[in-house]
Design a protein around this ligand. Structure first.
Ligand SMILES: [Fe+2]
Length: 434
């Protein structure tokens, strides 16, 4: 009798799963990243069946090829993961696969295959990276930090949809962009007001879903910001931040950067090549002495990795070296200004990284965190028109693309090294010149 009841229950759950799930499980949040010199990572997200935490796609697979009608190759190194998203109605699952051994500078088509209750994706496409060292054409990189979803209150106060406006601006330039560098604070899922009107996961899911058109056609390379490392941006909500929203667990599940191929760690630090450019992505949140957000491993592994990675760069092959990290240490803001419980500038980042970047002649250091745009030369030297072989990295801060927080006050008149501030403040309304 008990066996029969158990069987009946199992059958009911299975049938219920089937009935509910047949309705609408789709791969979404599709995103591309480099995976070594000849590889591409395809990542995506799917909700599990309602009231179930079971992986709806246990064998994630992408097929790809040189024509939309000839997707003959199959992905490798599949990965599925989930974490406590605190939503019993729909557990999130995150997937990644790799497309290896691609021809350089070639249009590829790809499609995520269906599985159980999950449908196939549309057939999408990307252009693979040029061969390492290829200097036959320019490389166009879209770079920024600090983009995220608005909360309801922000919409009322500041006008509608800064995030959506930022996406619209990116969409306009998409055809001319080779890849994106997003230097942290990726979706603002943990901001106070967003937290009130959207849960952390809802905000992150909405943000990434809205970005799919961009991230499924261009490589979207991220680094961790303070809004990704811990769910603690709003101190009042610290105690509500679950253990699975700390230690960059959502960020580690939702993105797949090439740390494995470059000897790095998670999505925290890694590097890749694109033609004649070598890009290094660092964590300005963790893993160096006095790091603002503590350590995931220790205080020396990332710093040693950075030295080793730079030592291995052949500047004849990749003469340009670009570093992205979330926090600046040079800029017009006073060094001791404090927001969000910490220094705006990051003296501990400077102590850990600056000497190394100067020693190895890094060309550009890209950051955000501060909500404006400025770029400077080493030691504040005014160099408004000439960036040919400056005597140190050009420090470029761009954290003003669009997010629910206010732009920071720029003290332009106090400093001489600001070159450009492409935003306006008028009548108390935040506006951006898109
Ligand atoms: Fe930040």
């Amino acid at each position: 009798m008990y066996k029969f009841l158990a069987f009946l229950l199992f059958a009911l759950v299975t049938i219920t799963d089937g009935i509910i799930c047949v309705s609408n499980l789709v791969p979404d949040q599709i995103r591309l990243a480099f995976a070594g010199d000849n590889g591409v990572s395809v990542g995506w997200h799917t909700y599990a069946c309602p009231f179930s935490s079971k992986n709806p796609n246990p064998n994630p697979t992408v097929i790809y090829g040189l024509s939309p009608k000839a997707l003959y190759s199959t992905s490798i190194n599949a990965n599925s993961s989930a974490y406590d998203t605190r939503n019993i109605l729909k557990t999130s699952w995150f997937y990644s696969v790799e497309l290896p051994n691609l021809y350089p500078s070639t249009v590829y088509y790809y499609q995520i295959l269906s599985s159980s209750y999950v449908s196939t994706s549309a057939i999408l496409s990307f252009i693979s990276a040029p061969a390492v060292g290829d200097q036959s054409r320019t490389v166009n990189i879209a770079t920024y930090a600090d983009m995220g979803v608005d909360g309801l209150v922000e919409d009322i106060i500041t006008g509608k949809h800064l995030f959506e406006r930022a996406l619209g601006a990116l969409q306009k330039i998409l055809s001319s962009v080779d890849f994106f560098l997003h230097h942290g604070d990726i979706c603002y899922a943990d901001d106070l007001v967003s937290g009130v009107f959207k849960t952390y996961e809802e905000a992150f899911d909405y943000c990434q879903t809205m970005m799919t058109n961009i991230t499924s056609s261009r490589f979207y390379m991220t680094t961790v910001g303070n809004h990704e490392i811990n769910c603690t941006n709003a101190p009042i909500l610290n105690d509500l931040c679950s253990s699975d929203h700390k230690n960059q667990i959502p960020y580690s599940n939702r993105f797949h950067m090439p740390s494995k191929q470059s000897g790095g760690y998670l999505n925290s630090w890694y590097s890749f090549n694109y033609g004649f450019v070598h890009v290094i992505s660092l964590s300005c949140e963790s893993d160096f002495p006095n790091a603002p957000s503590g350590n995931l491993i220790d205080t020396i592994t990332q710093v040693n990795w950075l030295k080793n990675d730079l030592t291995a760069v052949n500047r004849v092959v990749t003469p340009w070296v670009i570093v992205q990290c979330h926090r600046p240490w040079k800029g017009s803001i006073p060094l001791d200004d404090i927001i969000e419980g910490g220094f705006i500038n990051c003296p501990s980042c400077q102590a850990a990284f600056e000497k190394i970047l100067v020693e190895y002649n890094v060309d550009i250091y890209l950051t955000g965190h501060v909500h404006w745009y400025e770029r400077i030369c080493l030691n504040g030297t005014i160099n408004t028109t000439n960036y040919v072989n400056p005597n140190g990295p050009v420090y470029l801060t761009n954290g003003v693309i669009g997010n629910p927080e206010a732009p920071n006050q720029v003290l332009a008149s106090l400093r001489c090294w600001i070159l450009l501030m492409p935003y306006l403040l008028s009548t108390g309304i935040r506006t951006w010149p898109y």
